[in-house]
Design a binder for this molecule. Structure first.
Ligand code: NAP
Ligand code: MG
Length: 498
């Protein structure tokens, strides 16, 4: 840095914290989406009434307004869906020419692109995430996943050389509420590409994009029963897990439920992949490009309100640059816009549910009680809906709950280190092992760190970057099995000797 630049940086870091600029509201129109008053279960290619007779109301978390009545699948409903999937598997889908299977996946991908605005708006209304993210991340990545696995459908023998891959059978898939459509794509695309059929349960709070996806399946003329969607709370998920005719369970969600599923499946011979929680370290070395690193920190923890399993929720900063990084971070945080998810200027949307808001609030209170220093930028929150101001904790000890537990909200805990060894030690000191970030100018240091970090994904000089070709998954209590890439096909094939 030249002397002038250094002086400029010093002055900038001392400048008073400015708040976000005033912009005129720029709301995306809601009327592109037609939300029905009530939905049935999607079984055997059509919507059917739930035998359980039970329904619940799904809401818009930014307005606390009801959106639709959704079916709560019971035991008989899940059984019906599994039977539909079994019939579709036996009666054609598993024996279909792979290039024909690929055509369906390509069609689904293109339809998602064509209807992307509709999906983006619905995802933001039902989940609370900013339209900027659902429009630019969730929906395009969901389409990309179908395109990617469409390409593999007729090349499975190349994915597993010298083996004869065949489908596993009926896959039961259970997904969370943080990326409803994207998690659906991560689950369904590889399963279908490999010739399996599916029963998928969306999260209780965010069923609507999965229900709209059923209309895409109709347009794509997917044979009935190949994909079945059963909505409902955890009870429906538990029925799916324990159904005797399901061959494989794929689960994304909390470590607690993941452990329960593993217990249920022990000894049954059913296959299982688990993608669970995380408490990732985002590590900033003193030679990192600091302004980019601050963007990476913000993207790492405030993206999707921090409802991200691989969120960079523990910031590890080299001690020599601590003051500078924290000053820059606080200034940047003050420019984040929290509010209406459908406004194109919004950076941080609504918290997904009252239950999640309570969980975040309790953990933040524990941080204050244990003695950490809290900073929240000045920020006006809407009166209705579930909101949480982007928060950073400094003076955090490793033993504090906010440094140990997954908060799943817009809350960052900052720790410091002096040497790479100390950074590794602290980063790995968690029961989780899903992801990590490293910021440094030295390529050799990136590689050395990546090798020693016990994390399934390590990002270098970037964060939260996804690609369907890249495998994603955890170590330790973050789960096992990989989704994405060639690795993501493996749980969906039986490999016979060629
Ligand atoms: P969760 O309960 O594990 O939810 C994940 C999915 O599993 C949902 O579809 C859920 O239905 C279903 N489920 C619940 N109990 C089940 C059971 N006994 N058997 C089978 N399926 C079951 O997670 P959550 O309650 O939504 O969130 C709790 C915490 O989990 C969060 O605060 C966060 O820390 C963590 N989480 C992690 C991820 C991740 O991507 N790794 C995602 C979401 C949440 P319901 O929607 O009805 O619960
Ligand atoms: Mg739950």
């Amino acid at each position: 840095m030249t002397k002038d630049k250094r002086e400029l940086a010093r002055r900038q870091d001392k400048a008073p914290i400015a708040t976000a600029w005033d912009y005129a509201p720029a709301p995306e129109a809601r009327d592109i989406v037609k939300i029905q008053e009530r939905y049935g279960l999607f079984i055997g290619g059509k919507f059917v009434e739930p035998a359980s007779g039970e329904r619940y109301t799904t809401i818009d978390p930014a307005r606390e307004e009801p959106l639709a009545e959704v079916a709560q699948a019971g035991k008989a409903d899940v059984d019906r869906a599994v039977r539909a999937a079994r019939d579709a598997f036996a009666n054609g889908w598993s024996a279909l020419r792979p290039s024909e299977r690929a055509k369906y996946l390509f069609r689904i991908a293109r339809l998602l692109q064509e209807r992307s605005r509709e999906f983006a708006v619905l995802e933001s209304i039902n989940g609370g995430k900013p339209i900027r993210e659902s429009r630019d991340v969730d929906v395009p990545l969901a389409a990309a996943h179908f395109f990617y696995y469409a390409g593999w459908a007729d090349k499975l023998e190349y994915a597993f050389p010298n083996r004869k891959p065949r489908p596993v059978g009926v896959a039961g898939q259970i997904i969370p509420w943080n990326f409803p459509l994207l998690m659906l794509a991560w689950k369904i695309a590889p399963a279908l590409a490999a010739g399996n059929t599916v029963v998928l349960k969306p999260a209780e709070t965010t069923p609507l994009s999965a229900l709209l996806f059923c209309d895409v399946l109709r347009q794509a003329e997917l044979p009935p029963g190949v994909v079945n969607i059963v909505t409902g709370d955890g009870r429906a998920g538990a029925e799916l897990v324990s159904h005797p005719d399901v061959n494989k369970i794929a689960f994304t969600g909390s470590t607690e439920v993941g452990k329960a599923i593993q217990k249920t499946l022990a000894g049954t011979g059913k296959r299982l992949t688990l993608e669970l929680g995380g408490k990732a370290a985002n590590i900033i070395f003193d030679d990192a490009p600091l302004d980019q690193a601050v963007e990476g920190i913000v993207n790492g923890i405030y993206f999707n309100q921090g409802h991200v399993c691989c969120a960079g929720s523990r910031l590890l900063v080299e001690e020599s640059i601590y003051e500078t990084v924290i000053a820059k971070l606080k200034r940047r945080m003050a420019t984040l816009r929290v509010g209406d998810p459908l406004d194109k200027n919004t950076d941080v949307g609504a918290i997904n549910s009252k239950q999640q808001l309570d969980k975040i609030s309790a953990l933040v209170q524990s941080g204050v009680d244990e003695g950490a220093e809290i900073y929240q930028p000045p920020c006006k929150l809407p009166e209705r809906g579930y909101w949480f101001v982007p928060t950073v904790f400094t003076n955090v000890a490793q033993s504090y709950r906010i440094a140990q537990e997954e908060i799943f909200g817009p809350v960052l805990s900052v720790l410091t280190f002096r040497t790479p060894d100390e950074a590794i030690e602290k980063a790995n000191n968690t029961p989780y092992g899903l992801s990590a970030g490293v910021w440094t100018e030295k390529g050799s240091r990136i590689l050395a760190m990546a090798q020693r970090l016990r994390a399934g994904v390590v990002w270098a000089n970037t964060y939260n970057r996804f690609d369907p070709a890249a495998p994603f998954g955890g170590y330790k209590e973050s789960g096992f099995g990989r989704e994405g890439g060639r690795h993501g096909l493996e749980p969906y094939v039986v490999l016979d000797d060629a």
